[in-house]
Design a protein around this ligand. Structure first.
Ligand SMILES: *[C@@H]1O[C@H](CO)[C@@H](O)[C@H](O)[C@H]1NC(C)=O
Ligand SMILES: *[C@@H]1O[C@H](CO)[C@@H](O)[C@H](O)[C@H]1NC(C)=O
Ligand SMILES: *[C@@H]1O[C@H](CO)[C@@H](O)[C@H](O)[C@H]1NC(C)=O
Length: 130
């Protein structure tokens, strides 16, 4: 892009706008909405259907009062969440891990784990082999 004074002005305006939107959300998260990042599975993980694994996540940023402590783990296939068949549910999000059994799904898709507390948080895409 050619940086004329006008585009510079426009970009400044845009970044200020984005900041104004981002600020209330991060404040809210600091208060009680907890969306922990998933540590495992990560990019490059390969799971075999039928095996058991611990899905793990980082609880170090957990606020004192969490709106919803009840966790749920679901599988997403090519970005599509299968909310009807959770891999685990009704566990405490502060556990930092939950054991799941890898479902019997076809090889060759992009799989991701979605961890729900207050809202869903995706793991990177990884591989399941059947
Ligand atoms: C999951 O973690 C628990 C606690 O550390 C451990 O007892 C269990 O064996 C783990 N399960 C697997 C499949 O590794
Ligand atoms: C957490 O909740 C308790 C009980 O409702 C309250 O007394 C306390 O002030 C809250 N702490 C924070 C940091 O919001
Ligand atoms: C995972 O793969 C799906 C498509 O299969 C894609 O839409 C999505 O953006 C990918 N997620 C990441 C984090 O790369």
């Amino acid at each position: 892009m050619i940086m004329t004074p006008f585009t510079t002005f426009l970009l400044t305006l845009l970044s200020l706008f984005a900041f104004a939107i981002a600020l209330p959300i991060s404040n809210l998260q600091a208060r009680d909405v907890f969306v922990p990042p998933i540590l495992y599975p990560h990019a490059g993980t390969v799971w075999q259907a039928g095996n058991h694994h611990n899905v793990t996540w980082d609880i170090s940023g957990a606020p004192v009062n969490i709106t919803n402590k009840v966790g749920m783990v679901i599988l997403a296939t090519n970005g599509l969440e299968d909310i009807e068949h959770p891999l685990a549910s009704n566990f405490n999000i502060l556990d930092g891990r939950v054991e799941i059994q890898v479902p019997d799904v076809p090889t060759g898709n992009n799989y991701a784990i979605v961890l729900f507390g207050d809202s869903g948080n995706f793991s990177p895409n990884f591989t399941i082999i059947n």
